[in-house]
Design a protein around this ligand. Structure first.
Ligand code: PBG
Length: 325
């Protein structure tokens, strides 16, 4: 008689402790970057309609919120400014007393050890909502680089620990690295949004940051979601230009790209779990259709399993809380 032969995978799944012993991927509070939106004024706490639990905060409330985050063990925060005034060239982005510069100064004064990351882009600050200078309906690459470099230097002057350029102009890492070095900030790292797709998952963020383009879309600078080799080209040039971290954005529909970058580059890989990914989970959870905590932990674990070293997520505080339980 022929004997039935097969592997007994279930041997290692029998008890919770056994499963814990062979678990390959773990989440730590150090993995998470907490995004915040800061507005002018006092005592402002505006919930973003499409992002329940996410607020635009004035500086006073922002500090309270960050005290809680620090208490939960969160090590880093990325600051998005929502300015009162916008113009054609986004001048509030590089004003020494712009909303982000004020926020960075205050955060570093209050929490010197918290790693403060500055998002370096123009779309929240331009009247047309594009990430660069616009002329006759076109987004100009090289003239935009000067403004980005100025923005990065003003953020570093305010005390930013990391500069995170997100606008997808060609050469932004080179331009920012050069300007930072010239201004004496050779020690300030660049976290490049190297691989950023023109994604429909950014919708809720644009409500939060008031940064929707007033005409057209971002497809001439952000990447086509259908492309993989282009991600290698972007990551390669940013690495050569001096990036210290490579980001992939969004995360959930791009886990293959995260793995590709992890396998081929030797810089820390950051996954941006974007607004639309957050809002989908929130909406389903509010309807009682999914278990929010279980789904979020599964999603974030999958990003780490795919190769992310760090995850930028609106769930950062929730996860920090859950990891403590
Ligand atoms: C652009 C920027 C975007 C996001 C952050 N900064 C994308 C965009 O509007 O094109 C999206 C983040 C999110 O969806 O959470 N500088």
């Amino acid at each position: 008689m022929k004997e039935l032969q097969f592997a007994r995978h279930r041997r290692l799944r029998q008890t919770a402790n056994l499963r814990a012993m062979v678990r390959e991927t773990h989440l730590h509070v150090e993995d998470f970057i907490y995004p915040v939106f800061v507005v002018e004024g006092e005592k402002k706490k505006n919930e973003v309609a499409s992002m329940p639990g996410v607020y635009q905060l004035s500086l006073d409330y922002l500090i309270e919120d960050l005290a809680e985050a620090v208490d939960l063990g969160i090590k880093s925060v990325i600051v998005f400014g929502v300015p009162n005034e916008k113009d054609e060239v986004g001048s509030q982005a590089y004003h020494d007393h712009g909303i982000v510069q004020k926020a960075i100064r205050k955060i570093k004064e209050t929490f010197p050890d918290l790693v403060v990351i500055a998002d370096t882009c123009l779309c929240q600050y331009t009247s047309h909502g594009h990430c660069g200078i616009v002329e006759e309906g076109k987004i100009l690459n090289d003239p935009t680089l000067d403004l980005l470099a100025k923005t990065a230097v003003s953020q570093a002057k305010a005390g930013a620990d990391i500069i995170a350029p997100s606008n997808m102009m060609d050469g932004f890492v080179a331009a920012i690295r050069y300007a930072l070095d010239e201004a004496g900030f050779t020690h300030v790292p660049i976290m490049s949004y190297a691989v950023k797709y023109a994604s429909a998952f950014y919708g809720p963020f644009r409500d939060a940051a008031h940064s929707s383009p007033k005409f057209g879309d971002r497809k001439t600078y952000q990447m086509d979601p259908a492309n993989r080799l282009e991600a290698f080209r972007e990551a390669e040039s940013d690495t050569l230009e001096g990036a210290d971290f490579l980001m992939v954005k969004p995360a959930l529909s791009y886990l293959d790209i995260i793995r590709d970058l992890k396998n081929h580059f030797h810089l820390p890989i950051v996954a941006y779990n974007v607004s639309g990914e957050y809002s989908m989970v929130k909406a389903a959870a509010q309807n009682g259709w999914i278990d929010e905590k279980a789904v979020v932990l599964e999603m974030l674990t999958s990003m780490k399993r795919a190769g992310a070293d760090l995850i930028l997520t609106y769930f950062a505080k929730d996860v920090a809380r859950w990891l403590k339980e």
